[in-house]
Design a binder for this molecule. Structure first.
Ligand SMILES: [Zn+2]
Length: 63
């Protein structure tokens, strides 16, 4: 029997069991509730691009 709950952030239905982000449906909703996602969102674009380029360079060298 699965316990169904409503995500407090987006109000989607989600489950309590096997849900690492409960009572939220996802990590995103968890971050929204904490307010931390705004900071993350502004930080990620630059960092992400650098990481992606670094990974691609490494892959090419290895191959
Ligand atoms: Zn949600």
């Amino acid at each position: 029997m699965a316990l169904t709950i409503k995500c407090p952030t987006c109000r989607d239905q989600t489950t309590w069991e096997n849900n690492p982000h409960r009572p939220f449906c996802s990590k995103r909703c968890q971050m929204v509730d904490l307010g931390g996602w705004i900071e993350e969102r502004y930080k990620i674009p630059g960092d992400d691009l650098e990481l992606i380029f670094d990974d691609e360079d490494d892959d090419k060298k290895i191959q």
